[in-house]
Design a protein around this ligand. Structure first.
Ligand code: GUN
Ligand code: ZN
Length: 433
């Protein structure tokens, strides 16, 4: 890549610790400068200090009045479900039967998969999401299409082929216990360009014990891959798993018994976990992906943020599109805040912005690579506009603290609040006026 040096003047916000446990977790530069060289962060700090370090003649991009943060990280969503977002059903299991499986069938077609991936990546960019952890379908073509599209945009994306060999339609079923395609996809895509692979058993009900055993072996053979699955989302699902795996201590205990709890394992939902489950999350380094718009939409339940924090479990936020009802991490924060309130917890806006940036990067063992403006980090960043809508502008003019300003952005903001999105120092989205 050609040598490039760029600078961006705006208010800067990023984190170096978790605000739930550290009062000085964030760096805030009201009049800040972000300096980017060859797609990586060179420096982030006060404009007054850093402007003098720029070569003569290099004028910073002027985003004064806006807030630059690291790009959002969405740790759980399904790109093949884009076309079925907001499909009505009374709960998870009928929703899967009625909409999800027929929709996912179409991803045997590479052209359909590629076109959907392009729209999906456009939508993420519009919402300021620069890294996502993505379910494809059981078809290897769906994975090729996704990574071909994300690499063409030079995005850091995590994705994988869904594995299921029972309790699903025959047209979406892996041959009994087989995981060979996943291994081939790891060798093709994991750490190719900015791509990272996630071994993706859909959830315990759709994998036989033989398949979970093979998956465990694969995960051990490739310890720096991700693992993603669903756990304890819905009460009927939890009951079903109790019947299918009667010997397990709990639903999460099924994955634990197969050795699938480890760093870089991301468990979607985690609503009906007990204290021991959360303690295992903490001691194994696995992470919860909390998906509030989905959980409210399907009526699945309310994640217990305090319980997770007391155990010291890694927590992140996901949209879970298409059960999630928005691609926006700001809207996801909005709903997370309300879920926390209903459970008697309190999520400050600073914590939510942490969870959507550095918190996710840490939970994914990617600290220093994405999620902050530490020197050398990849320059994935977004420009947020506190005056994006008439209402936001009016509210922002009355905000007296950073917390109030971020809270207003989280509660009132969506894709309209994202003025621009940059990936590895290149602009991948700019909102038209
Ligand atoms: N559990 C198993 N598959 C799915 C899925 O596609 N979406 C959600 N929300 N839960 C699931
Ligand atoms: Zn999901």
């Amino acid at each position: 890549a050609p040598h490039t040096l760029q600078a961006y003047r705006a208010s800067l916000l990023h984190f170096h610790a978790d605000p739930a446990f550290d009062e000085n977790a964030c760096s805030w530069h009201e009049d800040g400068l972000l300096v980017v060289e060859n797609g990586r962060v060179k420096a982030a700090g006060d404009h007054a200090r850093l402007a003098a370090t720029l070569p003569a003649g290099l004028a910073p991009h002027d985003y004064r009045g806006q807030i630059i943060t690291p790009g959002f990280i969405d740790t759980h969503l399904h790109y093949p479900q884009t076309d079925m977002i907001a499909s009505p059903a009374p709960g998870l299991l009928p929703w899967l039967e009625t909409y999800t499986f027929p929709t996912e069938r179409q991803f045997a077609d590479p052209a359909h998969a590629r076109a959907t991936a392009e729209f999906f990546l456009d939508e993420l960019a519009r919402c300021g999401t620069t890294t996502a952890v993505v379910y494809c379908t059981v078809h290897r073509e769906s994975v090729d299409a996704f990574f071909e599209a994300s690499e063409a945009r030079n995005l850091r994306m995590v994705a994988g082929k869904v594995l299921m060999d029972r309790n699903c339609p025959a047209f979406l079923r892996d041959a009994d216990g087989q995981i060979g395609e996943s291994e081939a996809l790891i060798n093709k895509w994991h750490k190719h360009a900015r791509s990272l692979y996630a071994i993706t058993p859909r959830f315990a009900p759709t994998s036989s014990p033989a398949q979970l055993g093979a998956i465990a072996e694969l995960a051990r053979a490739y310890p720096d891959t991700f693992i993603q699955t669903h756990v304890s989302e819905n009460r009927d699902e939890v009951e079903w798993v109790r019947e299918l795996y009667p010997e397990a201590r709990s639903y999460l205990g099924v994955y634990d018994a197969y050795g699938l709890m480890r760093p870089r394992a991301l468990f979607g939902h985690c609503i009906w976990l007990d204290g021991e489950d959360f303690a295992r999350m903490a001691s194994t380094g696995a992470a919860a992906s909390v998906c509030p718009t989905s959980n409210l939409f399907l009526g699945s339940g309310l994640f217990d943020f305090d319980k997770a924090d007391r155990a010291g479990a890694r927590v992140t936020l996901g949209t879970d599109v298409g059960a999630g009802t928005s691609f926006s991490m700001l809207q996801t924060m909005n709903e997370a805040y309300k879920v926390a309130r209903l459970k008697g917890s309190y999520l400050p806006a600073l914590r939510m912005f942490y969870l959507a940036t550095l918190g996710a990067a840490r939970a994914m063992d990617l600290e220093g690579t994405i999620g902050s403006f530490a020197a050398g980090a990849e320059a994935d960043f977004i420009v947020l506009d506190p005056k994006a809508t008439p209402l936001l502008a009016r509210r922002s003019s009355h905000c007296n603290t950073l917390e109030e300003q971020l809270f207003a952005l989280a509660l009132l903001g969506d894709d309209r609040a994202v003025r621009a999105t940059y990936a590895a120092g290149c602009k991948v989205h700019e909102r038209s006026a």
